[in-house]
Design a protein around this ligand. Structure first.
Ligand SMILES: [Zn+2]
Length: 76
């Protein structure tokens, strides 16, 4: 599975940044950048045009993780 690590374009309008991050580093990179540069504001983000596409990939990729978390609260 280590070969299957696509990169996604990340943009930060504030910084004028336009870079590519591997999917596995995406969350950490965004978090770190926004923490360090923007006081935790979600300024840097995945390029909107592929955000939709990515959502599908991420959903597939993280489904198990999200699922195991969400399920805990479901039965209230
Ligand atoms: Zn920035």
């Amino acid at each position: 599975m280590s070969d299957d690590d696509p990169t996604v374009p990340v943009v930060c309008e504030d910084c004028g940044t336009d870079t590519r991050v591997s999917l596995s580093d995406l969350r950490e990179t965004l978090d770190r950048h926004n923490e360090n540069q923007h006081d935790g504001d979600d300024v840097a983000q995945v390029a909107p045009r592929i955000a939709n596409e990515l959502a599908n990939v991420v959903a597939e990729d993280l489904d198990l993780d999200l699922d195991s978390d969400e399920n805990e609260d479901e039965d209230e």
